[in-house]
Design a protein around this ligand. Structure first.
Ligand SMILES: CC(C)(COP(=O)(O)OP(=O)(O)OC[C@H]1O[C@@H](n2cnc3c(N)ncnc32)[C@H](O)[C@@H]1OP(=O)(O)O)[C@@H](O)C(=O)NCCC(=O)NCCS
Length: 132
């Protein structure tokens, strides 16, 4: 398995959309949306030969804050430490950032704790959607 940042091995938007489809995420996103995201912020892919089997990205000001988004490993490749490696490579790229945050379901807390994330005891997550 090859784990590479987008700048080292370009990630095809279509491969990302296939991974989203695998987890039923974001059917409304287009290849253009993904291409735009990839050109702005850090992203990392996991490759099995020519096949993209994992993806994660960050939204960041490149200085003091970053938010990890869209962490996904294809269902055929899970529980083989692929996700841990993917996250570790992305976090290395963000090592200069003061605080890195993310949102996740409660059952994934152990997955992120392995990379030293700690659950907030005091804060809640709030979202505002443009089309409620
Ligand atoms: C979450 C996800 C990326 C994990 O990828 P993965 O390659 O299977 O994870 P790893 O094999 O590296 O897991 C390492 C450890 O994290 C924990 N872990 C991973 N997935 C877990 C799960 N679904 N529930 C609880 N713990 C989990 C386990 O402790 C695991 O170690 P173990 O396999 O020895 O028990 C993958 O399950 C996925 O793509 N899920 C669907 C999309 C999703 O929910 N993404 C997260 C958005 S916040």
């Amino acid at each position: 398995m090859d784990v590479k940042l987008h700048r080292e091995r370009p990630i095809p938007p279509e491969g990302v959309l296939e991974l989203y489809q695998n987890v039923n995420w974001w059917p409304e996103r287009t290849p253009e949306d993904v291409a735009r995201v990839l050109e702005r912020d850090p992203a990392c892919g996991v490759w099995d030969g020519e096949r993209l089997v994992g993806f994660a990205r960050a939204v960041t000001d490149d200085r003091v804050r970053a938010y990890i988004e869209d962490v996904v490993v294809h269902s055929d490749y899970r529980r083989q430490a692929v996700g841990q490696e993917l996250l570790a490579v992305l976090l290395k790229e963000l090592a200069h950032i003061d605080v890195v945050s993310l949102f996740c379901e409660p059952e994934l807390v152990p997955f992120y704790e392995k990379n030293n994330f700690r659950r907030s005891r005091t804060q809640v997550v709030m979202h505002r959607k443009s089309h409620p």
